[in-house]
Design a protein around this ligand. Structure first.
Ligand SMILES: C[S@@+](CC[C@H](N)C(=O)[O-])C[C@H]1O[C@@H](n2cnc3c(N)ncnc32)[C@H](O)[C@@H]1O
Length: 228
């Protein structure tokens, strides 16, 4: 007998397959555009703490999704840690969100608060999540996460994905920190663009245990004795 998961059964698996194929296409188009940018200019845009709104506005039609491997890992980590309360910085069209919400479903339920400031992406992410049958678990907050994640958070947070503007990772972590449970996991994608964030979670006296793996993903765990 094969044991199924929400991730690998319909409707969720079909929605994810469609989105991953679309993300592959949009990655190809993005790589063509990037060829016109110098490495310095690309780094400046990726790390910006000021002009991120315009940068992501210009990328509003691109998925910019986590890799397939990272997406599966998100499901595995959230599922195996039995997460019930998840916060996501940077939802885009919802590929990472679907993997995390599928884990919530298989964990017996819970709540995922996502965040996205591009209004067309918010509409599509909500539609994708509804089509996957996961709408009852997910709230996508429209607007800048520095504002939308500054209040009305779940009482405690078990799992965080950081995948919005890289220059804001440390600020977003600071917003969530008081709610993080001991043992909470934080996955930061493309974390090499956020040296201040890496310094914070890798500082052994800072309350986290942290490791880099795969291509540019940082996995950190909140240690007991700090926060909740
Ligand atoms: C790398 S993409 C996220 C991809 C998504 N996690 C996935 O795997 O499908 C980053 C997204 O974050 C959004 N974003 C960036 N900074 C943000 C902010 N400060 N507040 C809300 N959304 C933000 C961008 O518009 C973009 O859609």
């Amino acid at each position: 007998m094969t044991t199924m998961t929400t991730l690998t059964t319909d409707p969720c698996s079909s929605v994810i397959a469609r989105l991953l194929a679309a993300a592959d296409n949009s990655d190809r188009r993005l790589n063509e555009q990037r060829a016109n940018l110098s490495a310095d200019e690309h780094a400046r845009l990726m790390m910006s703490t000021e002009n991120y709104r315009a940068f992501y506005g210009a990328l509003k039609d691109f998925h910019l999704a986590v890799s397939r491997e990272t997406a599966t890992l998100l499901y595995l980590l959230a599922r195996s840690s039995r997460a019930r309360s998840i916060v996501e910085f940077g939802t885009s069209f919802g590929i990472s969100t679907l993997h995390l919400a599928a884990a919530l479903r298989d964990n017996g339920g819970g709540r995922l608060v996502g965040s996205e400031f591009e209004s067309t992406k918010v509409v599509q992410a909500r539609a994708n999540i509804a089509a996957a049958g996961l709408g009852d678990l997910v709230e996508i907050r429209a607007g800048d996460a520095l504002e939308t994640l500054a209040s009305d958070l779940p009482e405690t947070v078990d799992f965080v994905l950081l995948d919005g503007a890289k220059g804001l990772y440390l600020k977003v972590l600071s917003l969530l920190e008081p709610r993080l449970k001991p043992g909470a996991l934080i996955v930061a994608d493309n974390a090499d663009w956020s040296p201040e964030y890496l310094a914070r979670v890798r500082d052994r006296s800072g309350g986290y245990l942290s490791v880099a793996f795969a291509e540019d993903v940082e996995l950190s765990m909140k240690l007991p004795g700090e926060g909740r």
